[in-house]
Design a protein around this ligand. Structure first.
Ligand code: F6P
Length: 327
């Protein structure tokens, strides 16, 4: 035990299904281990505004199944400055907080690394983002739920696409990661998938679509990752329509639907394991690490390593498989 008595916990960056399950696990683990817990609303902004709430076991009742985050989240400009971080530090020390658990993505981790180095407060991070774009973990919180949300949407779109013999372009989130696009595209039986990690020229896409058209498919769905290089679903649809005027094309942008919803069982279990591990790592004296899951084992990765390694989690054989299964 490193003399930790009160843990502060917050969520930051884009919300993700599973964040509440993680908050619940971290709060109850800390309380079980004799620590007290302070919730910090609105991430780093809440530290600066001293927007805190004492938490007990009842504070996290009936939230494991809720999407979003009961501690709210925000992106915070003020925290970019040393003055803002100093104000935050004074506030958390005044509240008796002597360690932090941060649930969020790479932006959250960057802030945690700087803040902990600058002021010496122990911080453990939990990878919470639907993008699944973080090094040091096979999965981030919310990715599985978001992928299932996309699959449900694809199945619905395929009903109407088949009824009208239409070609749909469905744009999904993921920022610069194609994890959601690739896995939801495969599970949804998409005819083509455009990814940030692997450029697909419009002509090559049209070759794939020609095969679909020539094999009398009743519906055709192309999944477009928002970060792919052609410029997104509307642009790709226009380019394809210009070459294949016979196609009746439509575009659906799934947007923030992918950020909500009740977390899947996978995300609930992952969240519970990571929240539990974060508290235990703090008590073991760890700081400036990210807890993650690798090969179903809970691991720790230094934040500097997690932040300096770009990770591509797409298996090459899956890209070739997409083409084969679309015949
Ligand atoms: O990082 C999660 C994410 O949902 C990305 O996939 C998406 O590009 C971004 O957040 C959207 O950010 P905002 O909610 O601020 O519009």
């Amino acid at each position: 035990m490193q003399g930790i008595n009160k843990v502060g916990i917050f969520t930051s960056g884009g919300d993700a299904p599973g964040m509440n399950a993680c908050i619940r696990s971290a709060v109850r683990t800390a309380l079980h281990d004799g620590l007290s817990v302070m919730g910090i609303y609105h991430g780093y902004q809440g530290m600066i505004d001293r927007n805190f709430v004492e938490m007990n076991s009842r504070s996290v009742s009936n939230i494991i199944q809720l999407g979003g985050t009961i501690l709210k989240t925000a992106r915070c400009q003020d925290f970019q400055s040393p003055e803002g971080r100093k104000q935050a530090y004074e506030n958390i020390r005044a509240a008796g907080i002597d360690a932090l658990i941060a649930i969020g993505g790479d932006g959250t981790f960057t802030g945690a690394e700087v803040f902990s180095r600058e002021h010496g407060i122990p911080v453990v991070c939990v990878p919470g983002t639907i993008d699944n774009d973080l090094y040091g973990t096979d999965f981030t919180l919310g990715y599985d739920t978001a992928t299932n949300t996309v699959i449900e949407a694809i199945d619905k779109i395929r009903d109407t696409a088949a009824s009208h013999d239409r070609l749909f372009f469905v744009e999904v989130m993921g920022r610069d990661s194609g994890c959601i696009a690739l896995n939801a595209g495969i599970a949804g039986g998409a005819e083509a998938i455009l990814l940030p990690e692997k450029e697909t020229a419009i002509e090559a896409l049209c070759d794939q679509l020609s095969l679909a058209a020539n094999s009398n498919k009743s519906s055709t769905i192309v999944i477009v990752a928002e970060g792919e290089k052609n410029g997104g679903a509307y642009h790709v649809a226009r380019e394809v329509k210009a070459r294949f005027d016979f196609y009746d094309t439509k575009v659906t942008i799934l947007g923030h639907l992918q950020r909500g919803g009740s977390p899947s069982s996978f995300d609930r279990v992952l969240a519970s394991r990571l929240g539990f591990a974060a508290v235990r790592q703090l008590q073991a004296g760890e700081t400036r690490i990210m807890v993650g899951i690798q090969g179903n084992k809970i691991t720790s990765t230094p934040l500097t390593e997690a932040l300096s390694n770009k990770t591509v989690k797409l298996e090459k054989d899956m890209l070739e498989m997409v083409k084969v299964l679309a015949i």
